[in-house]
Write a protein that binds this ligand. Sequence first.
Ligand code: CTP
Ligand code: ZN
Length: 153
Amino acid sequence: MSDRELRVSKIRNGTVIDHVSGGQALNVLSILGIDGSEGLGVSVVMNVPSDRLGLKDVVKVEDRELSQSEVDVISLIAPEATINIIREFDVVEKNRVDRPETVVGLLSCPNRNCITNANEPVETKFDVVDDGVRCTYCGTIIREELAAHIAPE
Ligand code: CTP
Ligand code: ZN
């Protein structure tokens, strides 16, 4: 590397979410519920050239692994993402994300009258359909504006 290049450091332990669709990194962080106040080490690279994607983002989160529902929602905004688990600087696991059939929790239903918004102990559940995700309870469809419906856990 010449002194004109600066690269984000490798991490010792944690998760690297690579091949994120360009511009989606901040939405990935909101899916993970990370806003910086947790004190976790977080590195974000946005809109760097990628052979496969044109432009990609990379999100590195130290000392944190992801839950399956977090990975499921990430797959909807970053279908080409790879999830790399890092232990003692080594990539010990690398997984592509899969488009899930359903997403439980993490998203909130935009319909104010939906049972999931009625202070009942009902977790949100959405079926993944061609043009977005559909609330299992009331049928409301969230299309492009998925990131606006990420519910804080
Ligand atoms: N990485 C990291 N810290 C480590 C190891 C890897 O931040 N200790 C990052 C790398 O910078 C890369 C990603 O994790 O962004 C995946 O690492 P690796 O599998 O070594 O890279 P590639 O072979 O380029 O991955 P792929 O084949 O998935 O493109
Ligand atoms: Zn609903």
